[in-house]
Every structure is written in C-alpha cells, then in structure tokens.
Design a protein around this ligand. Structure first.
Ligand code: FAD
Length: 378
C-alpha cells in the first residue's frame, strides 16, 4: 500500500509520539526515518531529558507539560517499563535571574508545589552543591527526568502495536504538496498521503525549502563526569538541577546507569552548524565550557570524563516551538518543538499533531507556536 491518511516524516521523539497517537486513533499512518529510531545523529538521544512542571521559559507551557506527565505515565503502563524518574528539580541562581524568577512566576501563577531555599539550605539538603551567598533555589518535587532512548523506543513499539507502518533506513528526498494530498519522494519510491507531518528536527529547512522557517541548528555537547566522591550522588539524594551562574546556564542529572553525573551547558557555544556536516567529536573547548561550572558548583563530581556526546538544538528566534499547518499548504504540518526544551512535551505534542492532522484544530492552546508570529505586519 502506498497511500496513507498521514505520513510522519522523521521519527525522533516527536515523530514517534505523533505516529503513536495517530495509530491509536485508527488512522492509516506511516512513519519514515532515515536512521534507526533512538540514533545519535539528531536531538533525541543522550540517555536523559529533564521534565519539570514549573516552567521558567513561560508559564503558558504548564498546562501542556501537565498533560505530558499524564501521557508519559500512560505510556509507562502500556509499555510495562519505567520512563519517568521523579527526583525533584532544583533550579538555582540569583533571585532576579531568568531561571529563578521565571520558575517562581510559573509556580505561583499555576499554584505548583515548590520550595524556595537559600544557598545554605540548598547546600545542606544537597551537599554536592557549592553556591555563592546570593543564590537561591526553587525546588519542585515533581520534577525529574525521562529515559530518552527508552522513551523513543516505547513510543515506537506502541505505535506499531496500534497498527502504524514504519520504514527505517529510508531517506525522504522531497515533500510535494498537491491539491488535497501530498507526495513524499524517498530514496525507495513515492508515497502518497492526505496529510504529512514534518518532524525532521534539524533537517526541517532542507525538507521544506519553499516554506520560510526561521530555524537555526546549533551544536550541543553533553558530558558524563565520574564523581571524585560518589556519596552525595547516591540514589535519592541528588536532584536534577539547573544553575544560572557566571558560567552561563548549566543543567545536570543524578547518575543513571553508568555511575556518572551528566552535565551540559544550555546552548553550549551557540554555534550554528550544518546538521549534515559538523564536528561530532568532544574537544578541549567543549570540556572547558562544561567543566568550569562543575568545578565551581559541583566539585565532588569534578572527576574524569567518562563519556561525551554531541547533539543538535533547532532553535527559533524567540525560543518557542513551531507547531502549525503551513498556510499555503494546509495538508502539510510542521513540528519543530525543540529550541532545546521539547522532549518532555512529546506525547502531548503527539496529541496536538494528531488533532491537527485529523480534525484541523486542537483543544490545546498552541497560539504561541504559530508560524504567523514570524510574519511581519508592516
Ligand atoms: C543536548 C540536548 C539536551 C536536551 N535537553 C532537554 C531536556 O532536558 N528536556 C527537554 O524537554 N528537552 C531537551 N532537549 C530538546 C529535545 O531533546 C528536543 O526538543 C527533541 O528531541 C526534538 O525531537 P524531534 O523529534 O523534533 O527531533 P529529532 O530527534 O532530531 O528527530 C528528527 C528525525 O527526523 C529524521 N529525518 C530528518 N531528515 C530526514 C529525511 N530526509 N528522511 C528521513 N528522516 C529524516 C532524523 O533522522 C531524526 O531522527 C535537549 C536537546 C538536546 C540536543
């Protein structure tokens, strides 16, 4: 069969979530992926992703992340495996910084459970941290992390179980909208669909050359530090954290699987790259950008680097997602929920994409993610 109700182009976490939701709704749906889902060339790999309810980026994300929590838990039940690890999240920095002030505003607006701790209270509760005297921390007990590759795999497995077709190792060469349908040309042939969802991550611009998408792809780096002293990182004693300091905004995770503490700098060097051709090795400049914060604020983790990986952010100018139908081609739906913070929302975004593909609208408020916002009105 080469005709589907919906074809999902790209099976990172977003494509898999859309595929799953569409299959659950009884749609004839096909997902096409160039590599193998869970691969390390896009944006959805690297062992863990933060999930947090209070949202420093903007309080309007809170209802969506609430829905995502419920759907991740449903997926855990359906797949019979743990995907979500609730460890608490500590967000630390100066009280008037982007991180602390933003998180507090969202927590207060949505009446979310949280505590505000001083620098010394934070260091008492979590002895691994070393913080300047003017720092405060917002601790959200519901925060934690998702097992990244396992989540992608669970979405994919459940999608197949619900009847989705999947083709991997197949590269999409062109997406051609025609009245009432779309032709998807791949290196193996042509597929037709009523609607196409383009969830191609860092490759979105190349798949939709006629659509103006103000997306920039940046190189990111994650590093796993072997603790000098593992005691403060014992299970149940160390939270997921974000810290805004003189070194920038860093984030990190309790050990997961390999005994090491994963730390990264949000946006890293903010270097624009071509996703087809960029340096995927870990160099000394990368190490400096991350280790500076570890040395100052997490000294007991400041041991040897066990592992490091690169990854890609696909960023919009305002840091909000793009999830919309293309005005000129409404049968084409664009999904770029990245800007470095999309993973946690994936099943809720799958729901939105399935709504747009099947009924043309969604009960979720996605006004913040529209393509219209990039159109000049003058
Ligand atoms: C280092 C890092 C840390 C992050 N931390 C967090 C976090 O803590 N919390 C959080 O919520 N979010 C986080 N994010 C963001 C989150 O991971 C992304 O928003 C999310 O993974 C984006 O998923 P995606 O499916 O859109 O993209 P991708 O995972 O890149 O998937 C796109 C897929 O499309 C495929 N594709 C592209 N072109 C073609 C083609 N021509 N033919 C066939 N297939 C194609 C690609 O191979 C790829 O598999 C982080 C991102 C990075 C890089």
């Amino acid at each position: 069969m080469n005709h589907f109700d919906v074809v999902v182009c790209g099976l990172g976490v977003m494509g898999c979530a859309a595929l799953h939701e569409l299959a659950r709704r009884g749609q004839r749906v096909l997902g096409i992926e160039r590599f193998t889902p869970g691969h390390d060339r896009g944006s959805s790999h690297g062992s863990t992703r933060i999930i947090r309810l209070s949202y420093f980026e903007h309080p309007s994300y809170v209802p969506l992340v609430r829905r995502a929590y419920a759907l991740w838990q449903e997926l855990e039940q359906a797949s019979g495996q743990q995907l979500l690890y609730v460890t608490g999240v500590a967000e630390m920095g100066p009280p008037d910084g982007t991180l602390v002030a933003g998180t507090l505003a969202a927590a207060r607006q949505h009446e979310l459970r949280h505590e505000v701790l001083s620098d010394s209270e934070l260091m008492h509760r979590y002895p691994a941290f070393r913080l300047p005297a003017n720092f405060v921390g917002v601790v959200q007990p519901d925060g934690g992390y998702l097992a990244a590759e396992r989540s992608v795999e669970a979405l994919m497995t459940q999608a197949r179980r619900a009847g989705a077709s999947v083709r991997t190792g197949e590269t999409i060469k062109a997406i051609e909208p025609h009245p009432g349908q779309v032709r998807i040309v791949t290196d193996s042939g042509v597929v037709e669909a009523g609607t196409v969802i383009v969830a191609a991550g860092a490759w979105l611009n190349s798949l939709l050359p006629d659509v103006t998408l103000p997306l920039r792809v940046t190189r990111q780096v994650m590093a796993w530090f072997t603790p000098i002293d593992p005691a403060p990182f014992a299970p149940g004693h160390f939270p997921v954290f974000l810290i805004e300091s003189r070194h920038g905004m860093h984030y990190g995770f309790p050990p997961f699987g390999n005994g090491a503490v994963k730390v990264a700098k949000h946006h890293h060097a903010n270097q624009t790259v071509d996703p087809e051709n960029y340096d995927r090795t870990f160099n000394s400049d990368d190490e400096k950008l991350i280790r500076a914060a570890v040395a100052d604020h997490l000294p007991s983790a400041n041991g040897q680097i066990l592992n490091a990986q690169t990854c890609l952010y696909t960023v919009t100018p305002d840091g909000d997602f793009i999830i919309d139908r293309v005005p000129e081609f409404p049968q084409v739906i664009v999904a770029s929920p990245c800007s470095g913070h999309g993973f946690k929302f994936a099943p809720a975004i799958g729901e939105i994409l399935a709504d747009l593909a099947t009924v043309g609208s969604t009960r979720h408020d996605i006004s913040r993610f529209s393509l219209k916002r990039f159109c000049r009105s003058d």
